[in-house]
Design a protein around this ligand. Structure first.
Ligand code: F0G
Length: 351
């Protein structure tokens, strides 16, 4: 009876829903805000991780998808479509099942993690692999939704942003105020837009006394906002944020500028270092793209940009199980032992 009800019921008065909106939910949101001991020591700050991989389909996309699918159902849609680097498609596929809708998915061929593909498949989505990158997929998805009876549920759909802003509400509800700095990975730039909107709304209503500085990090091979120009052939091991022409580019710039924040880049090497640190030293397994926030925080700290004593929240956007290749790669193969305690003890270094 005390279960978290999902973001629509928990924040109904702050979301564009009415009594006649059918709520399609998997009880998303209410995710852990975990104190990060090692990151706090390294930065001299109080660092928390907003663990969005704890959502029902394993990423923050569920917050936006409960809104997008509920509203699409209210409007009578029978089918939805999205372009995706993997997580949006996994989420759309699951929520479409709940709504009894057909879900069509466009993904860049060969560039989505196996776990995410598995999710879309097992939830029964109609998947097309597009011979192009995410940006091409989004162009195609827009064209299809403009000309055929199918509703677009990418974050260019404003109700997606409305759902995703609830993560900022949860953080303020937990901490009692906004943090000093909020750090997150940036791909299509919907999420940084959503958090900034959420923080601004709480501050405007006096629920938070301040707004945080927004720090966004792109992967170096896919950093159009940092470079100030479209990246034609984006590359990074963090496939979730392999995006060269973000749809919410201008909103990301506004979040940066209005908050006194920054948008910078981190290399794949820095991403992988943060990915391993999170797992090995904080006990939090995230997918590579999610580690871009933490990589960015560590980079900024090394550059002397992080004054000690601040409250910092890093969003880690997706669950590590979605893309375990990078956890296994480079790790030593476990040795095989017979069913023998003495041998096992010796191999484990217990003697
Ligand atoms: N982290 C993860 C794990 C993601 O899946 C995404 C985006 C981002 C960060 C970046 O968020 O696009 O709002 O700036 N994934 C989208 C998808 C593009 O299709 O799943 P953003």
């Amino acid at each position: 009876t005390h279960q978290w009800r999902g973001i629509i019921e928990e924040y109904r008065d702050r979301l564009p829903v009415s009594d006649s909106t059918p709520v399609v939910t998997l009880r998303e949101g209410g995710t852990p805000l975990v104190p990060a001991q090692v990151l706090s020591e390294r930065t001299g700050c109080e660092v928390h991780l907003k663990v969005e991989g704890a959502n029902p389909t394993g990423s923050f996309k569920d917050r936006g998808m409960t809104m997008a699918i509920s509203r699409a159902k209210e409007e009578g849609a029978k089918a939805v479509i999205c372009a995706s680097t993997g997580n949006t498609s996994a989420s759309a596929a699951a929520y479409a099942v709940r709504a009894g809708m057909v879900c069509a998915v466009l993904v860049p061929q060969g560039k989505i993690a196996l776990g995410k593909m598995g999710q879309a498949l097992i939830h029964g989505a109609k998947i097309l692999q597009v011979d192009g990158n995410f940006d091409d997929c989004l162009t195609l998805a827009r064209a299809l939704s403009d000309n055929y009876p199918v509703a677009l549920v990418n974050s260019v759909n404003p109700v997606r942003i409305e759902g995703q802003k609830t993560a900022a509400f949860e953080i303020v509800d937990m901490l009692g105020d906004a943090p000093d700095i909020h750090v997150l990975p940036v791909g299509n730039a919907g999420n940084i837009t959503a958090y900034w909107k959420g923080y601004k709304e709480y501050a405007a209503d006096g629920i938070a006394a301040k707004t945080p500085r927004m720090w966004g990090f792109q992967a170096s091979g896919s950093a159009p906002i940092v470079r100030g120009e479209v990246v034609k052939d984006p590359s990074t091991i963090a496939t979730a944020i392999r995006i060269g022409n973000p749809a919410s580019w201008n909103y990301a710039l506004a979040a940066r500028d209005e908050s006194g924040g920054l948008i910078d880049e981190v290399t794949d090497r820095e991403i992988l270092r943060a990915y391993r640190l999170l797992a090995a030293q904080e006990g939090v397994f995230v997918e590579p793209a999610s580690a871009a926030s933490v990589a960015g925080l560590l980079k900024a700290a090394e550059q002397g940009l992080v004054d000690p004593g601040q409250k910092i929240v890093c969003t880690v956007t997706g669950n590590g199980l979605k893309d375990p290749d990078w956890a296994v790669a480079g790790a030593p193969q476990p040795v095989t032992v017979p069913v023998d305690a003495a041998t096992a003890a010796e191999r484990l270094g217990l003697v």
